[in-house]
Design a binder for this molecule. Structure first.
Ligand SMILES: [Zn+2]
Length: 130
């Protein structure tokens, strides 16, 4: 996978602007966004509650999981009952929830930060503009 793409940052869960420091500390079940990047010292919480916006991403990911599971069940297990389908989707959503939550914040951060920006040091940090 190529460094410098948003996909690299998202899938490897690295900081969006240097792609070197880890984005999270703790396990996937208790992942916290680090306040600053270990490698380039960039501070990622640009305002209090910044990552609350990632709830929109969680919602979108949840819908994507729902639609995917629904499609798989309809195509490959067409005789599944309504209740069994719902239970399977619920289990799928709950099972992927910690991962979706972690994924949502790194996706959210990638909407605002770009690779290579602000890399010169924290004194050059001036918001999210180019
Ligand atoms: Zn960094």
């Amino acid at each position: 996978m190529k460094k410098g793409t948003k996909l690299y940052s998202i899938l490897k869960m690295k900081y969006p602007n240097c792609h070197e420091g880890d984005f999270y500390e703790g396990s996937i079940f208790n992942a916290r966004v680090k306040e600053k990047c270990d490698k380039c010292d960039f501070k990622y919480s640009i305002e209090p509650g910044f990552y609350q916006g990632s709830h929109y991403v969680v919602y979108a990911l949840g819908v994507a999981v729902f639609v995917t599971l629904w499609t798989i069940i309809s195509l490959f297990f067409p005789n599944t009952s309504w209740n069994a389908t719902l239970i399977a989707i619920l289990v799928g959503l709950l099972g992927t929830a910690p991962f979706m939550s972690a994924l949502s914040k790194i996706i959210w951060a990638n909407l605002f930060f770009r690779y290579g920006k602000f890399h010169a040091g924290k004194d050059k940090q001036n918001g999210t503009k180019d």
